[in-house]
Design a protein. Structure first.
Length: 149
């Protein structure tokens, strides 16, 4: 009975402390910060592209994800770097690898594009923490008129 008193407490506490690390290694995302969600305009979001050591934020369906752990995809010079620092719902729904339709309202997408967007949103949701919301501006809605659904 006395031997329990000598069990290293640090070993017991390590399980709880390393839970996020275990989740990262297992390919699941760690719990998001429970603090208040930040609000980002297109101008605010543009600062988070991975350039100069910044974090990488991508907005999908007006939810801002911290994609820094996906820098191999979204970091500077990578295949999807054009999505970093932008609201990219129209691009993802229409499967466009480019930024032309970024930062534009997406609620007029065709049903098949909306389905594709929903699939992308689920993928982001499963991999990256939501850290804020994208705040539409008049320009965001005006840009929608430039593109076909």
């Amino acid at each position: 009975m006395g031997w329990l008193n000598f069990w290293p407490r640090s070993q017991v506490n390590n399980e709880a402390e390393d839970e996020d690390e275990k989740k990262k290694k297992a390919g699941t995302k760690p719990a998001a910060d429970t603090g208040e969600m930040k609000k980002f305009t297109a101008k605010d979001l543009a600062h988070f592209t991975g350039e100069n050591g910044s974090r990488i934020y991508v907005s999908v369906k007006n939810k801002v994800y911290d994609c820094t752990s996906g820098a191999a995809f979204y970091g500077p010079g990578k295949a999807y770097a054009v999505f970093a620092g932008k609201e990219v719902s129209r691009c993802l729904g229409k499967m466009l690898i480019g930024e032309e339709e970024a930062n534009a309202n997406w609620d007029d997408l065709l049903p098949e594009h909306m389905q594709t967007l929903d699939e992308w949103d689920a993928k982001f949701e499963s991999k990256y923490p939501v850290i804020g919301t994208f705040e539409p501006t008049d320009e965001y809605y005006a840009r929608q008129k430039l593109f076909t659904p």
